[in-house]
Design a protein around this ligand. Structure first.
Ligand SMILES: C[S@@+](CC[C@H](N)C(=O)[O-])C[C@H]1O[C@@H](n2cnc3c(N)ncnc32)[C@H](O)[C@@H]1O
Length: 295
């Protein structure tokens, strides 16, 4: 109905859990609209454990903290809302253009939802990052709630690692990273003691080049999902990762319409439940994650 927001009318009791879509960033049940946050409480008939306030169209992360959202967050803190840390519900307050009513909804916490408002951890792309994939990786790690405490000392393999933004984000978490790409890596990656570059195609990488296991398998190759998933499947079987983070490219409309089929094929061999969403840093691609911690 507005850029970044799609609503559907349902003429029967709402099906819970709501249907998923890999093309959505946040999926929730609409509770109504309000002109100011002061009337938010009247829309919340059940307790919530948190309020997520985010823009209908995310601002570029380069702009840093968003004063409009900051002001709304302070106003919400001052309200008496039905808060209960045990509640499975998170309220969503979606902010549009100036003068547009706030759209209020709710979603269930936990995977497949992202834990940050609008799936957007408050991060600014550092000037030294070799590519925007740094942001994409940080948004994906935040989705799996993985930080330095979980990742330090663990290993990662990234297929399609050049020039190196995503691998840098993993190195900054204290991981050992192997990057596979026939293109050149940025010099700051090549000089990093925890980084190894395999300058070859992912299709040519085999057991002789790799450790027995890796903790995290990542894929960011600009290939058709059918090809990248074939490589990922082989390496997933070999390396038995605990976590996977893949971006699947939507190079044309045919790929977009087949995406659910590609996800079903991925679900048949992934180590655990697979979740797919479009994160704010994704362009014509989706992000897919899977975590053994789900078991
Ligand atoms: C979107 S870029 C990756 C960005 C990177 N993840 C980063 O953090 O900067 C896609 C990469 O996939 C690589 N690629 C394409 N086909 C590949 C293949 N068969 N094996 C390995 N890498 C491949 C390209 O060389 C390109 O560097």
């Amino acid at each position: 109905m507005r850029p970044g927001l799609l609503t559907f009318k349902v003429h029967r009791p709402l099906e819970i859990p709501l249907p998923e879509s890999c093309l959505a960033t946040v999926i929730g049940e609409s509770l109504g609209r309000c002109d100011t946050v002061a009337t938010l409480a009247s829309l919340l008939t059940e307790p919530i454990s948190a309020v997520h306030i985010f823009r209908r169209e995310a601002l570029p992360p380069e702009q840093g903290p968003d004063p409009v959202l900051e002001e709304l967050r302070s106003a919400v803190c001052a309200l008496r809302l039905p808060m209960d840390s045990q509640s499975p519900w998170i309220a969503d307050v979606i902010v549009g253009e100036h003068g547009e009513p706030l759209m209020v909804g709710r979603h269930r916490k936990g995977l497949p939802a992202h834990p940050c408002p609008g799936a957007l951890p408050e991060l600014t792309l550092p000037a030294h990052a070799p590519s925007r994939a740094w942001l994409k990786m940080r948004q994906s790690l935040a989705w799996l709630e993985l930080g330095e405490a979980e990742l330090k000392g663990r290993s990662a393999l990234e297929l399609g690692s050049a020039p190196g933004g995503a691998s840098l984000a993993l190195l900054e978490m204290g991981m050992q990273v192997i990057g596979v790409d026939s293109a050149a890596m940025h010099p700051q990656l090549l000089s990093h003691p925890q980084f190894t570059h395999l300058r070859q195609s992912a299709g040519a990488v085999g057991p002789k080049d790799l450790p027995m296991r890796v903790d995290l398998l990542c894929c960011d190759m600009n290939l058709h999902p059918g090809v990248s998933l074939r490589y990922c499947r082989k390496l997933c079987r070999l390396l038995q990762p605990r976590w996977i983070i893949f971006t699947l490219k939507i190079n044309d409309d045919a790929v977009a319409s087949e995406m659910e089929d590609w996800l079903d094929s991925l679900r048949s061999w992934a180590p655990s439940e697979v979740h797919a969403r479009t994160l704010p840093a994704n362009r014509r691609e989706i992000t897919v994650v899977s975590s053994m911690a789900d078991l």
